[in-house]
Design a protein around this ligand. Structure first.
Ligand code: ATP
Ligand code: CA
Ligand code: CA
Length: 435
């Protein structure tokens, strides 16, 4: 598994799909933005707009490079959501322009979803399964209400839900959401945490050698999981004020997900150490943080992270990056509690004084209903693993009563998730950065 992003250019297998996605967004979102603003009504939640693009163009739609169909779901609701998330409508369209086509991240998870970055790396386009699409449609109203009363929600910020259909091709559903990780920061460790333990370990070949630099470097390039967290004895270090803020919000978010019968979501955490040594030229840092690519050609290119990708783009076209460093791209997150400190949430000691560590965090992958998941996993792994703890000696005592597997009913999933996050949050007067 190599962590990298591939810049998509003409000729790349998914160029046409990505191009069509962006063209569809540009036309339908700018149209929607042009409409007079009105309070949402119930039917806005069920609305969908169809657009047909063709090479020759027609009186309604400008000509496109390719023939395809595009569907925009609940456009007015998402316009309101983008407002709640304080996105500037013009910036949004600028970021998602197809002029500099996005970079692709391949398919980091097991689900087969593809991820694409917007050119400024602020947004992620994720292709989703039809079931996830239906799920988002059915919970949209609750999600919207939740965001309205919880502007600081840690749950993924969804900005759009769309579908493209190529001629004779399949239908591709996708969402546009926030990238939790800023493009201009080195992230030293990334964890995808669920509070379940079976299969929740990323293999690290450097685990058994003594070379701390090599260990740190390998950790930098992979997305780590629950067991890696426990074995590496990492902690979320927050003083009383931030601890209270964080858990107050996380509890509300998890309550919603429980009520919606959701499971399998993770807390994604990127840790950036502000005083980390930066003179290690060998570190080969794939700061794509967690967005790994393991497609057919993943071995043939050097690992590339958002930072590296930006450098590469800059080399190829020096003005391209300045153009997309939108004037307020560093500030747009600052009005949100958890994205306030250089785009993240800074660690604090017991006196609430800042520590040299920024967490980039959020709850991701939250469109899986228990119904879909339980068929796959509970059945196989259910009770057998409940007591078999021999292999999981690092699991804290406080989690003793919990089942170890990922697929448990939504309520149990949520409670265990919260419990785990509490267990790994530490009070810390003096910090020593782990390697
Ligand atoms: P699976 O269902 O197998 O877990 P998936 O295809 O649904 O996989 P996700 O779990 O959503 O994929 O994401 C996979 C990885 O992509 C995450 O572990 C994380 O590293 C990265 N990622 C996902 N969403 C974001 C985001 N909003 N910001 C930054 N990184 C993200
Ligand atoms: Ca996931
Ligand atoms: Ca998933």
């Amino acid at each position: 598994r190599v962590l990298m992003g591939t810049k998509i250019s003409e000729g790349h297998g998914n160029y046409i799909t990505a191009y069509n996605m962006l063209t569809g967004i540009r036309v339908s979102v700018s149209r929607c933005n042009a409409k007079v603003e009105q309070p949402l009504v119930d039917q806005d939640f069920f609305a969908k707009n169809k657009l047909a693009f063709d090479i020759s163009g027609n009186e309604l739609i400008p000509s496109a490079k390719y023939d395809f169909k595009f569907k925009d779901y609940s456009p007015l609701v998402f316009r309101h959501l983008r407002q709640l998330f304080k996105l500037d409508p013009a910036d949004y369209l600028m970021s998602l322009t197809s002029k500099y086509i996005v970079s692709e991240l391949g398919s980091p998870g097991k689900s087969g979803s593809f991820f694409y970055f917007s050119r400024d790396f602020r947004f992620i386009i994720k292709t989703i399964h039809h079931a996830e699409h239906r799920m988002l449609r059915s919970i949209l109203k609750e999600y919207y209400n939740h965001v309205k009363s919880n502007p600081d929600t840690l749950i993924s910020q969804f900005y759009g839900l769309h579908r493209v259909k190529l001629p004779f091709g399949r239908k591709i559903h996708f969402v546009v959401m926030n990238n939790l990780f800023p493009p201009n920061r080195e992230i030293h460790r990334t964890y995808d945490l669920k509070g379940s333990f079976v299969g929740r370990e990323t293999y690290l070949s450097s685990d058994c050698d003594n070379d701390a630099a090599r260990r740190a470097s390998e950790k930098r390039s992979k997305v780590l999981k629950d067991l890696n967290w426990l074995k590496g004895q990492d902690h979320i270090v927050l003083g009383p004020a931030k601890r209270e803020m964080f858990f107050r919000q996380l509890e509300k978010d998890v309550k919603l997900l429980e009520r919606l019968n959701m499971m399998d979501y993770s807390l994604l955490i990127g840790i950036s150490e502000l005083k980390a040594p930066t003179n290690n030229t060998n570190e080969n840092s794939s700061s794509l943080r967690g967005l790994s690519y393991f497609g057919p050609d993943s071995g043939s290119k050097p690992p590339q992270g958002a930072l590296e990708l930006r450098k590469a783009i800059h080399k190829a076209s020096p003005t391209a990056l300045e153009e997309f460093d939108l004037p307020n791209s560093d500030n747009f997150r600052s009005s949100f509690m958890f994205y306030h400190d250089i785009g993240g949430f800074q660690a604090t000691d017991e006196l609430d004084q800042p520590l040299p560590m920024i967490y980039y965090l959020g709850v991701i992958d939250c469109l899986t209903g228990y119904g879909i998941r339980k068929k796959l996993e509970t059945f196989w792994l259910g009770l057998t693993t409940k007591t078999d703890r021999g292999n999981y000696t690092c699991v804290p005592k406080s989690m003793d009563s919990e089942r170890l597997i990922s697929a448990v009913p939504a309520r149990e999933y949520g409670e265990r998730f919260l419990k785990f996050m509490r267990t790994i949050t530490r009070k810390e007067p003096n910090i020593t950065a782990p390697v």
